[in-house]
Design a protein. Structure first.
Length: 434
């Protein structure tokens, strides 16, 4: 994790101290269930809680033990036994390392997801607010980067809102996918530990029992989870790319907020660059890169191996931490985004009316002209605008073949910008009321 792209609440979830705390809670909750089943003394379970809960885990001491044991969980258990004393022998009864490691990983993922869901709610609120603010701010829509027909900037933001709303639904499902617990022992058969222990630990840790763990929780769950984060990252990049393009000097319909004292270039004092959305584009690539190794983790050998372990130690914290940062940054970008309606209007007029070509085409066909001939009539006038910078309305009105079919009134009516946004309320109702 790089501190530059990290926020404390999320990084705390993945700290070594937090991990050890969760490991202890899993072991202690298991002891409670074992005591209830009369497998270990009740007093031993109480002692484990009392002595273990109050301790500040000595990371250096645990690392020292691991240096000798070459096994992180055994090092932790050895350290716990040093703290707890003789009752420490009742820890980890019938359990295997993956019971603790996998359950802990899923606890951390669910906690991280709860923060990400909060992030999405804040982003959705920002997008909704700005969308309604610019619900009827007319701008040009583009396809292939070329002027197409008018839309509104509010519709652009409503599209992003709808996309991130789908992201929220997927993330809720992804959280459910990884919110499972495995306390099933070697090869997952419960041979040396009763399934009721797993049920008790799962409930205590806010999870549900894994229906069938083969000593490890199946990694298709995590593949789905990290794929969901990757899709969210793609949506972040889509919106960031739109903002970057709209901030280009030749367009300049929006601009990232540029604070007092901010510098855009070490060489050119005039520069105001879209650095935040460029940063988000780069971070999105890193987030997406976790999806492939997560999918490759699905195919473990037999009942288990640990080829997934090193991958998850990296992608678990890194991906959630970076996505948390990215969502917060994007929210700030949207909240402070400077919007230039006068430049939107200027850009609409840049091509002298040819954005209304489809309306003339449709009017000709509705008046009895074949589509092929109507297209030819409209295109030959539109090309004069492209190539000779003439005015489209003037050319259409001067075209005798067009005038034989359409009156001047019919033609002029097709050059009304407000026509293109007459269904904006329907679109907003679909997006924000469903």
């Amino acid at each position: 994790m790089i501190s530059r792209y990290s926020r404390k609440e999320m990084t705390d979830i993945w700290s070594t101290e937090s991990k050890f705390k969760i490991w202890f809670e899993i072991e202690a909750h298991a002891c409670d269930a074992l005591a209830k089943n009369c497998v270990i003394p009740q007093k031993a379970a109480e002692t484990i809680w009392k002595k273990g809960k109050s301790v500040l885990f000595d990371v250096n001491r645990i690392d020292e033990i691991e240096h000798e044991t070459k096994h992180d969980l055994i090092a932790f258990l050895t350290y716990l036994s040093e703290i707890i004393g003789p009752d420490g022998r009742f820890l980890h009864q019938g359990m295997t390392s993956s019971d603790v490691l996998d359950t802990c990983f899923n606890v951390q993922l669910t906690k991280a997801t709860d923060l990400l869901l909060q992030d999405l709610d804040k982003l959705l609120a920002a997008l909704k607010s700005r969308a309604f603010e610019h619900k009827e701010t007319i701008t040009i829509g583009r396809s292939h980067g070329i002027h197409a027909e008018p839309t509104t900037f509010g519709i652009k933001l409503a599209q992003a809102y709808a996309e991130f709303k789908r992201s929220k639904s997927r993330l809720i499902a992804a959280r459910s996918e990884v919110a499972t617990c495995a306390i099933s022992g070697a090869v997952g058969t419960f041979a040396n530990i009763d399934p009721s222990v797993e049920e008790h630990v799962a409930k205590a840790m806010g999870l549900i029992p894994e229906p069938l763990s083969t000593q490890v929780i199946p990694r298709d769950r995590h593949a789905m989870y990290f794929s969901t984060l990757a899709i969210i990252a793609s949506s972040i990049e889509r919106l960031s790319t739109e903002i970057r393009n709209l901030q280009r000097t030749e367009i300049l319909e929006v601009e990232e907020f540029f604070s007092h004292g901010q510098k855009g270039s070490s060489a050119m004092p005039h520069k105001r660059n879209p650095v935040l959305t460029e940063n988000l584009t780069g971070l999105s690539r890193i987030i997406r890169s976790s999806a492939m190794p997560a999918m490759e983790n699905v195919a473990l050998w037999h009942e288990r191996d640990i080829s997934h372990s090193s991958v998850e130690r990296i992608i678990g914290p890194n991906t959630t931490v970076i996505l948390d940062f990215a969502l917060a940054r994007l929210t700030d970008v949207i909240e402070t985004l400077i919007i230039y309606p006068h430049n939107m209007k200027k850009n609409i007029n840049q091509l002298h009316g040819i954005i209304h070509s489809q309306r003339i085409l449709l009017a000709l066909t509705q008046a009895g002209c074949s589509r092929e001939h109507a297209y030819q009539l409209v295109q030959r006038n539109a090309m004069k605008v492209w190539e000779e910078e003439k005015d489209f309305l003037t050319e259409i009105l001067a075209d005798e073949e067009v005038r034989d079919i359409l009156s001047e009134k019919d033609i002029r009516e097709r050059f009304n910008l407000s026509y293109h946004i007459r269904h904006v309320n329907t679109i907003f109702n679909r997006v924000f009321n469903n």
